[in-house]
Ligand binder design. Structure first.
Ligand SMILES: [Zn+2]
Length: 162
């Protein structure tokens, strides 16, 4: 159901994946969605993104199956929040690896950090994968926390919706 593009339907899965994911705003929206941001205002406030750009990116992410709209009540009004699907949740290793690569091989005008993940059973940093880098134990999404360097807060990852 994705938008028509020159890469849609190509036999190469890397090209198809990049066609859906390979845009910086999409990737940072996903990064924040993994850490629990769901509402339009929440993404806007965290990212400093223009409303029209955010609106079009979220619409495309729903269209390509990364996110789904879930209604919620806001005062007397019904609005939609944006929740990760399983396909969206499964971008975690991609986002994490891209952040590590960018941190190593690209320059930043200001201090930044890759996405840091803590494996709660051992309390150490790890990568999303089948086994923890530190303790060797099994890693599942429910046991990972995003580590916020500024506050040292450990934020649970959003659970995907069906
Ligand atoms: Zn561990």
């Amino acid at each position: 159901m994705g938008r028509r593009s020159s890469w849609e339907g190509t036999p190469c899965p890397i090209a198809r994946g990049a066609d859906v994911l390979g845009e910086p705003w999409t990737l940072v929206i996903l990064r924040d969605a993994h850490a629990g941001t769901t509402r339009f205002d929440g993404f806007r406030n965290r990212l400093g993104i223009a409303d029209n750009v955010l609106s079009s990116r979220l619409a495309r992410m729903v269209e390509t199956g990364l996110m789904t709209r879930v209604p919620y009540r806001d005062g007397g009004r019904t609005r939609d929040e944006y929740r990760l699907t399983q396909a969206g949740a499964d971008t975690l290793p991609v986002i994490h690896a891209l952040g590590a690569w960018g941190d190593t091989y690209t320059r930043s005008p200001a201090p930044g950090e890759p996405m840091l993940l803590v494996h709660t059973p051992c309390g150490e940093l790890t990568r999303p994968g089948e086994k923890c880098d530190h303790c060797g134990g099994d890693v599942n999404r429910a046991e990972l926390r995003r580590f916020e360097k500024d506050t040292h807060e450990q934020v649970p990852l959003a659970e995907p919706v069906a």
